[in-house]
Design a protein around this ligand. Structure first.
Ligand code: B1M
Length: 223
């Protein structure tokens, strides 16, 4: 693998945000995910490879350590911070091109769930694919989706959940949305979800990854 991408993965895994960050102590004074992502772009690496071969590799590694109780919440938070710092540089590439907006999608991580990295990533890919994204953030209840739809009744809705305990909240949110806006398309995603689950809760679409989600939007809803 490209050594720069390996370094970026390590920065995410270790929560090394930028050069100024004193954390982790053994990497003090060294470049972090922030500077390295910028350098990788300057050197001509694609935003896509920085994401999939650098950032996501690091996040996957910290995820395994977190699952195995080898690191704890603050370590994962630092990893998320490092990933977000790098993603700021990638954002313009995903959102590049003065592509005409194909429509609007309202995005949110569902009630009870604070994971926002995947949702942000999917949102970036949507923007890059020419969609306007209204990002409602995390811990989003049905009322907030409904309020956003009131302002944009022709928009689609995208929901994300990372916990088995919060994915079940999607069911009542989909029901509430469909009650008031039966025509609105609702798409769901997130690591613990499956196609079967999406069908069971009455969602219109499921995708395990951002590209599949974008393909669905383009195929069914593009103006
Ligand atoms: Co959390 N966490 N976490 N966490 N965390 C997981 C999800 C977990 C699998 C870790 C583990 O045990 N191995 C586990 C869930 C277990 C389960 O329910 N099955 C877990 C847990 C248990 C928890 C807490 C309960 C821990 C605790 O406090 N005891 C707690 C819950 C807090 C809450 O939400 N109420 C918690 C907290 C946290 C942090 C705050 C520390 C942090 C989040 C920081 C942040 O987001 N700002 C965090 C993180 C970072 C993770 C891991 C390590 C990484 C998640 C991530 O960002 N992945 C995660 C372990 C892992 O996944 N390896 C873990 C990268 C991201 C790009 O992937 O979000 O899956 P993902 O998105 C993908 C696809 O799913 C898809 O596209 C994206 C790109 O490919 N996708 C969509 C997502 N949304 C989509 C929508 C679509 C289509 C596709 O259409 C609309």
């Amino acid at each position: 693998m490209n050594p720069l991408l390996e370094k970026i993965a390590l920065c995410v895994e270790r929560g090394k945000v930028n050069m100024k960050s004193p954390y982790p102590p053994d990497l003090k004074g060294q470049e972090g995910a922030d500077e390295l992502a910028k350098r990788a772009l300057d050197e001509g690496l694609s935003a896509k490879s920085i994401l999939s071969e650098g950032l996501m590799v690091g996040m996957q590694k910290i995820g395994v350590k977190f699952r195995d109780n080898k690191v704890f919440v603050p370590d994962v938070l630092m990893a998320a911070k490092a990933m977000n710092a790098a993603m700021e540089h990638l954002k313009p590439y995903f959102a590049s091109g003065e592509v005409q907006r194909k429509g609007t999608i309202i995005m949110g991580t569902v009630k009870g769930d604070l994971h926002d990295i995947g949702k942000k990533l999917v949102s970036m890919i949507f923007e890059g694919g020419g969609w306007e994204v209204i990002d409602l953030g995390v811990d989003v209840p049905a009322e907030k989706f409904l309020k956003a739809l009131q302002e944009r009744p022709t928009a689609a809705v995208g929901m994300s959940a990372l916990l088995t305990t919060t994915m079940i909240n999607m069911e009542s949110i989909v029901r509430e949305i469909k009650k008031t806006y039966p025509h609105v398309k609702v798409m769901v995603g997130g690591a613990p979800l499956t196609q079967d689950f999406a069908v069971k809760i009455g969602a219109d679409a499921y995708s395990p990854d951002p590209q599949g989600a974008l393909d669905y939007l383009n195929a069914t809803l593009a103006a």
